[in-house]
Design a protein around this ligand. Structure first.
Ligand SMILES: *[C@@H]1O[C@H](CO)[C@@H](O)[C@H](O)[C@H]1NC(C)=O
Ligand SMILES: *[C@@H]1O[C@H](CO)[C@@H](O)[C@H](O)[C@H]1NC(C)=O
Ligand SMILES: *[C@@H]1O[C@H](CO)[C@@H](O)[C@H](O)[C@H]1NC(C)=O
Ligand SMILES: *[C@@H]1O[C@H](CO)[C@@H](O)[C@H](O)[C@H]1NC(C)=O
Ligand SMILES: *[C@@H]1O[C@H](CO)[C@@H](O)[C@H](O)[C@H]1NC(C)=O
Ligand SMILES: *[C@@H]1O[C@H](CO)[C@@H](O)[C@H](O)[C@H]1NC(C)=O
Length: 807
């Protein structure tokens, strides 16, 4: 054995991976250069937090001269040269004494430079703050990337009056896009869209209100993102106007950045410095870009003719309405082109249009501009006809009794509950395939599970026609067609107007479930069995619920039909869908879609704890499903038994509420009822015990308990762990932590949740509001949903004076 040799080899191996690192202490000498290639070594900051150099872009052989986070896996880019235009392999960046940084193409042609310098450059320095600096003689800064920002600000960076950030074109195209963040001379920080050719700025869609025309000292003049991660407008009077409320996580452990995203949302993010983790949102503006942009000119958040909806991350999703398609197939945030342009044919017979065209109905959708006529008073019928027979009309919007007719191009389109109106969109008969989906969401955006639903729907439709023709009434009482007449007129478009529930015989279901063999679960109303049904050409798994309670009550025939009818009319992605039923003498059964991932109870309290991200999505899904049941379906449905056993998970782990509509169907005008206690211990609102009328607020209470369970992954009435008796009743423990201001103890072993503390905290506050004993204090599900989404602020809940527990 020759030890010295081994030792040398060891040292060599040890040094190898760090050989690139050893070359730099952050200083870059004049004359240094980097040539663009996949193997090019960037210039690193001393801590290696940031790198300067050529970053290869995904999917192509192009390189962007840029600065990026070097240590974290997604290597987020924070600055780029050459207005974001990438360069090809062989291009070069060189640090020169008289022209600073110079970028040339492989032929030596200059593409970009950091600009002429008065002082000769002594050296360059990649600072640990993410700032690439050119230092002149006498240590004078001659140029800094911080003074020439692109779409991102970093801590210690300052934006002076007149400063501007440009969004990118798209997530992957770094060319300057349509959105700007500017600090105006008057002291306001604003977000606006612009015209791409002339850079003309359209109306602001966010302003910081830090300008005072009457008193200049009271106006802002700098935006400071300080070392500890706080961003504020500094006024000349030295007053600080913080942009984001709340406490920033320590910059020793977290990276912070503020980026004007390509879709126009300005967001402050943080990311744990340890390599794992993701960028989490600390603050963003505007609150809802879909509705906050309303400039007379310009496109709005999405392209012309497009419809903007705000998604779970408070970022816009864009989609073309029926009859329109993307102008650039690769840019779904871009313009939509109509498949036809309404035109007035020869002879200009304005009223002859009706034969050629039809209207699709979009709920809560509006293009608030592009009006050319306003008609009032108008009914739905007259508004529709007026557009149909007017060759100039593309879409008519009806709100209240006012009808606006609009012309192309449509701008600032949005779908939002605040619109509170309907759009009637003209399309040419024969242009459109029938689509049983929500017409405001065109096919490209349909999620996979929705597609399955459509398949199931159309298979059912197909088989119903077939059987109707061939075997009318042979072994089934017939098909139970429920024409949602009201809905036909009011809610949906010409499609999706009817719901078809299939009526099964007892024999069919016995066969499907193999003689009721495979039990899926037992609920308050009966046993659920797994089954497989032949529907058209495919075999689909279903869950068959045998109702035992109702059987004894013979006179409930009509009621059963009514209930089934109501359940059959519900359509929401967070509800389990009813496929059909059986009503044959003693046998009453309900047939539902099969949910492949079981109950939330087994998911939440099982071996593998689901991620916080997954949990928060599930919580939001349940809230939306409940909101739909309470406020958005044709008959109000109070669930009365919300608990993790009644929440199922589909193939994609979407939360689906089950067992709704069985407890008690309540018409809106008699929404208070005093029924016997039906809920489950631990989830039941206190008013049940006091013979108070039951309202939708009982579901809010149960949802609150469930939400706390989802956040903490703990059962409300858990088994006693030794030494943790104080945690046996979850709501008591939550109150205790809340009073001690130690809510973080509730998720102490969940680092993902702790990294997303602001959202966790918000969810916890919402949970505490929901379990308010006084039901008038409890928020409605609409408010709950908005609070969870972060659309409205969550106030600190009142301190529970004497808290209430069931045990
Ligand atoms: C970095 O190292 C170079 C020598 O390689 C030295 O001249 C320079 O002063 C160092 N810079 C800093 C900031 O320590
Ligand atoms: C790096 O940036 C910090 C903060 O702006 C500054 O104090 C420091 O002097 C910079 N380092 C160099 C070598 O210029
Ligand atoms: C980015 O978008 C612009 C404008 O649409 C286009 O001209 C350019 O080629 C795109 N760049 C890349 C790298 O695709
Ligand atoms: C201008 O604003 C500053 C800061 O708010 C205030 O102290 C000062 O009194 C104001 N001056 C006048 C003339 O109102
Ligand atoms: C940054 O700003 C916040 C809020 O004004 C302040 O509390 C903090 O001390 C500042 N940090 C530094 C390093 O100045
Ligand atoms: C326009 O069309 C309507 C309906 O088709 C018809 O009744 C009317 O006579 C036409 N008018 C002219 C001027 O052609």
């Amino acid at each position: 054995m020759s030890h010295p040799l081994l030792y040398l080899l060891f040292c060599f191996l040890l040094l190898l991976p760090f050989s690139t690192v050893a070359q730099t202490n952050g200083t870059v000498d004049v004359g240094s250069s980097i040539t663009a290639s996949a193997k090019a070594t960037p210039w690193l900051s001393p801590s290696q937090d940031f790198a300067f150099g050529f970053k290869q872009l995904e999917d192509n052989n192009l390189f962007l001269l840029s600065i990026w986070y070097y240590k974290i896996p997604d290597q987020t880019i924070v600055w780029y040269a050459n207005e974001g235009v990438p360069v090809s392999t062989g291009s070069k960046v060189e640090l020169t004494a008289d022209k600073g940084l110079v970028l040339t193409d492989p032929q030596g042609q200059e593409l970009w430079s950091s600009g002429s310098v008065l002082n000769r450059v002594a050296y360059g320095f990649m600072n640990d703050t993410g700032n690439f600096m050119l230092v002149g003689g006498g240590s004078v800064d001659v140029w800094q990337s911080f003074k020439d920002p692109t779409d991102t600000l970093l801590p210690t960076q300052i934006m002076e009056s007149g400063g501007v950030l440009f969004s990118r074109q798209t997530q992957k195209n770094f060319s300057r896009g349509r959105f700007q963040l500017r600090l105006l001379e008057d002291g306001n920080l604003v977000l606006n869209t612009r015209d791409l050719d002339t850079n003309f700025a359209y109306d602001a869609y966010y302003r910081s209100d830090t300008s005072d025309a009457a008193n200049e000292t009271n106006s802002g003049y700098k935006v400071i993102f300080n070392e500890t991660g706080y961003m504020y407008v500094l006024k000349r009077s030295n007053q600080i106007i913080l942009l984001a409320p709340g406490i920033v996580l320590p910059p020793g452990d977290y990276y912070h950045r503020a980026t004007l995203n390509f879709d126009g949302v300005f967001t402050q993010y943080y990311h744990p410095k340890s390599e794992n983790g993701n960028w989490a949102v600390f603050w963003y503006k505007p609150d809802n870009i879909c509705v906050d942009i309303v400039g007379k000119e310009g496109r709005g958040a999405c392209g012309y003719n497009s419809i903007c909806t705000i998604n779970d991350n408070n970022r816009p999703d864009c989609s073309c309405p029926l009859g329109f398609s993307l102008l650039d197939r690769n840019d779904k945030y871009g313009d939509c082109k109509p498949s036809f342009t309404p035109s007035c044919e020869d002879g200009d017979n304005k009223s002859s249009n009706g034969d050629l065209y039809d209207l699709s109905v979009l709920i809560d959708t509006d293009w608030p501009l592009s009006d050319y006529e306003q008609l009032k008073p108008m009914s739905e019928e007259t508004c529709k006809n007026s557009c149909l027979q007017d060759c100039f009309c593309t879409v008519a919007i009806l709100r209240g009794d006012t009808c606006w007719k609009k012309k192309l191009p449509l701008s600032n389109g949005r779908k939002d509950s605040a619109v509170n109106g309907k759009a009637f969109m003209k399309f040419r008969k024969g242009d459109l395939p029938p689509q049983p989906t929500d017409p405001s969401f065109p096919p490209p955006d349909i999620k996979k599970n929705d597609r399955t639903l459509i398949v199931v729907g159309s298979v059912l439709l197909g088989s119903s026609l077939f059987v109707n023709v061939v075997l009318t009434g042979a072994f089934c009482l017939g098909f139970f067609l429920i024409y949602k007449k009201k809905i036909l007129k009011n809610r949906d478009g010409p499609k999706a107007a009817e719901t078809i529930l299939r009526c099964f015989t007892y024999e069919e279901l016995a066969e499907a479930t193999d003689g009721f063999k495979e039990e899926l679960g037992r609920g308050a109303f009966g046993i659920v069995y797994e089954g497989v049904l032949q529907m058209g050409n495919s075999r689909n798994s279903v869950a068959v619920k045998k109702l035992d309670r109702l059987v004894q009550e013979k006179d409930r025939e009509k009621e059963f039909k009514t209930e089934v009818n109501v359940i059959g009319q519900t359509h929401h992605k967070n509800l389990v869908r009813l496929v059909g039923f059986c009503d044959e003498g003693e046998h009453r059964m309900l047939v539902y879609e099969f949910m492949s991932n079981g109950t939330l109870a087994s998911f939440l309290f099982g071996e593998m704890k689901p991620s916080w991200n997954q949990r928060s999505k599930i919580a939001l899904g349940i809230a939306r499903g409940l909101l739909y049941l309470h406020e958005e379906c044709s008959t109000q449905i109070i669930h009365c038994d919300i608990k993790p056993q009644n929440i199922l998970l589909d193939d994609y782990y979407n939360a689906r509420i089950s067992d709704f509509g069985l407890a008690k169907l309540l018409m809106i005008n008699q929404s208070q009822t005093n029924a016997g206690i039906r809920g489950t211990r631990g989830y039941v609102a206190p008013e049940w015990f006091r013979s108070k009328p039951v309202t939708a607020k009982v579901d809010v209470y149960s949802f609150g308990v469930l939400l706390l369970e989802i956040i903490t992954c703990r059962k409300h009435l858990g088994e006693l762990e030794t030494g943790l008796e104080d945690r046996a009743i979850l709501t008591d423990w939550v109150y205790e932590c809340f009073l001690k201001d130690r809510l973080d103890a509730l998720v102490e072993d969940d680092s993902e949740a702790l990294n997303d503390w602001r959202n966790v905290q918000r969810f916890l506050m919402v949970g505490i509001w929901c379990i308010e004993e006084d039901l008038s204090q409890r928020p409605t599900m609409r408010k709950v949903t908005q609070m969870l989404e972060g659309v409205v602020e969550v106030a600190v809940p009142p301190s529970p004076s004497q808290f209430y527990s069931l045990s």
